[in-house]
Design a binder for this molecule. Structure first.
Ligand SMILES: [Zn+2]
Length: 345
């Protein structure tokens, strides 16, 4: 099995080198990059997800010598090989561990997360503003999270079962659906190329760039905290008091109406909650959204800090929770900051 093979993940022509004694095959694929799988047996990873994971985290030479590769080897062996590598023994290269959990955690959970990944990928791979990037056919499928297999069982053995593959027409329809969505939302411009190697050309629009800016700003800090409360003119002072309390504790408040244009509960809002280290909720106005967001955060095991104006009766389910009962907005910054420092940091 040494030499040219069909990549078991994406079906491109790839290079393989097998070590049957150790039950490992090393692949070098133009789309998936450098990775290692078992020669026999299941990967335990959903193959559809694996294709996008490898494409988005691709290790390839790109003109320089590259020793890193993704592998199913366990973490201890990876550590051992890496230490050897750092000490000058390059026999096993520089393995990077992957498993079903890692791939599953990375893989976008919602449609809008897919879109975010695609936009970030484009911005990272674009040398100049306004440049089109070409993707060949298989790259396009991996980039756009198009399933190659019909069903998605947890563990597909690496036996090439052709009948399980979806038809090319099927892929194409899903790809067009994704592209229409991206284009209708004016994040990208696209056109189809004339050859298999230039199957798809994509570039970010100014609106796409501003979405990327927003995503990068948000991801970079890692200290964002979603605040759930009633938004309106009558709560401006409250909002600023909460913002100040969070800032004093060295975190950054995210108010959903400042980052998206409606206050409805959307997958994006849920994503902000998931990415928050903890959530701050003000229940003064008995706002249904705030209750919902608190419940969602609690379900995820996120710490929630509750605030409420004194003398407001809380829903009994949460009245038991230790709540910062404030008399005036001026009380909030210091008390909130102290609470964050005591319970989160
Ligand atoms: Zn591949």
């Amino acid at each position: 099995m040494n030499g040219e093979v069909t990549c078991p993940v994406c079906q491109s022509t790839a290079y393989a080198q097998a070590d049957y004694a150790l039950n490992r095959v090393f692949y070098e694929c133009p789309v998936c990059g450098r990775f290692q799988l078992c020669a026999h047996g299941s990967t335990g990873i959903d193959e559809n997800r694996l294709a996008s994971y490898l494409f988005y985290h691709c290790f390839s030479h790109k003109g320089n010598t590259e020793y890193r590769y993704h592998t199913l080897l366990n973490k201890d062996i990876c550590d051992e090989y890496r230490t050897a590598f750092d000490n000058g023994d390059i026999t096993h290269g520089r393995p990077v561990h992957m498993d079903a959990e890692i791939v599953g955690a990375w893989y976008p959970k919602t449609f809008s997360e897919r879109v975010d990944h695609i936009l970030l990928y484009l911005s990272e791979h674009m040398a100049h503003m306004g440049q089109f990037i070409s993707f060949n056919y298989q790259e396009s499928l991996s980039l756009m999270f198009i399933d190659r297999k019909e069903n998605i069982p947890k563990a597909i053995p690496f036996v090439d079962t052709l009948e399980k593959r979806r038809s090319r027409e099927d892929y194409g329809n899903e790809l067009k659906y994704m592209l229409n969505w991206l284009s209708e939302d004016s994040y990208v411009e696209h056109h189809f190329g004339t050859t298999e190697d230039t199957y798809l050309k994509l570039r970010l629009t100014p609106k796409g760039y501003s979405r990327v800016d927003e995503l990068q700003k948000y991801r970079a800090s890692g200290r964002n905290v979603l605040v759930a409360m009633k938004f309106g003119d009558d709560t401006k002072t409250l909002r600023e008091a909460i913002r100040e309390g969070i800032r004093k504790a060295d975190y950054q408040a995210v108010f959903i109406d400042e980052v998206q244009h409606n206050e409805f509960i959307t997958p994006e809002l849920l994503k902000y909650i998931r990415d928050s280290k903890f959530v701050v909720v003000d229940l003064t106005h008995q706002n249904n959204g705030a209750y919902f967001e608190e419940g969602y955060a609690m379900g995820l095991g996120k710490p929630v800090i509750q605030l409420c104006k004194k003398d407001i009766k809380l829903h009994f389910d949460i009245a038991q929770k230790n709540t910062i009962m404030w008399e005036t907005e001026a009380d909030i910054p210091e008390r909130l900051c102290n609470r964050i420092k005591a319970t989160i940091d």
